[in-house]
Design a protein around this ligand. Sequence first.
Ligand code: FMN
Length: 283
Amino acid sequence: MENNPVIQTILDHKSIRKYTDESPSDEVIETIVRAGQRAPFSIQLYSVILSRNKENPWKAPLLFTICVDSHKFERIMAERNWKLVTNDLTMMLFGIQDAVLMAENMVIAGRSLGLGSCFLAAIGRAEKIADDYNLPKRVFPLVQLAMGYPAENPPTRPRYPLEFTLFENEYPKLDQDTISRAMKEMDDGFLAQDFYRHFNYKVRLEKGRKETFTFDNYSWTEHVSRKWGQWYSEPNYLLRQFEKRGFYITGKRPKLFPVTLRDFCYLIRKVVVATLGLSAIVT
Ligand SMILES: Cc1cc2nc3c(=O)[nH]c(=O)nc-3n(C[C@H](O)[C@H](O)[C@H](O)COP(=O)(O)O)c2cc1C
């Protein structure tokens, strides 16, 4: 495999969940965000809110909230006398791509300057984050990124084998051995680090399912299967979070009036007909 300082910085990535009290300088912060901005973009549909109040699970000195931002783009369109007609599902997908490419550039830039970082899922907390930062409508807080100087140096975490990730020319038929090798790579890797024992965390089993795993065999594939086999089965809560931020992902906007104009006219006609006894001539 080839190597150079850039590749090595990327290969050394590990999420950091313990930070020193040292505050990165404004110059360091500016460098990281400018590096983020150099990511390829579709429409630069993002904004980043920085908070230095250390109110985050790891008391990291910096917390970036990476938002999908259509608000400021629509302001630019308005200056050009255009109105956005593209549906919100399309805008959100482009926005997510723009925002995450930027965020990962920030992770790598931070690491190259000696900082560690860890993403924090924001999905489900959109309303609260929007209140905290006074986000206008059409700005959706996608993910948060805690950053600072590391006070821990964990090993790098495992990844799927290359054979389970890179497929040339066509998607292969995945045989049992390939699946088992990929699972083993992930599970053995996390077990070797005692990852879940360290955080004392197993995803709780719901619906009366009995726990049969201990920290000796609970690992990544069980962890993610439990999460995505039990959580968020219905989309309405998340769709509401989008709606509250002014994004109508399904294309349906809530009706301003519970009855449409056509329903209203029909109702009036019925009343008039009934009142005047015109049913014989007006049907
Ligand atoms: C979108 C996203 C959300 C994440 N949310 C959390 C989180 O809420 N808490 C956490 O401890 N780690 C979170 N992570 C970090 C992942 O758990 C971590 O990247 C993964 O376990 C791989 O470990 P590594 O980054 O050390 O290689 C998140 C990562 C991503 C990309």
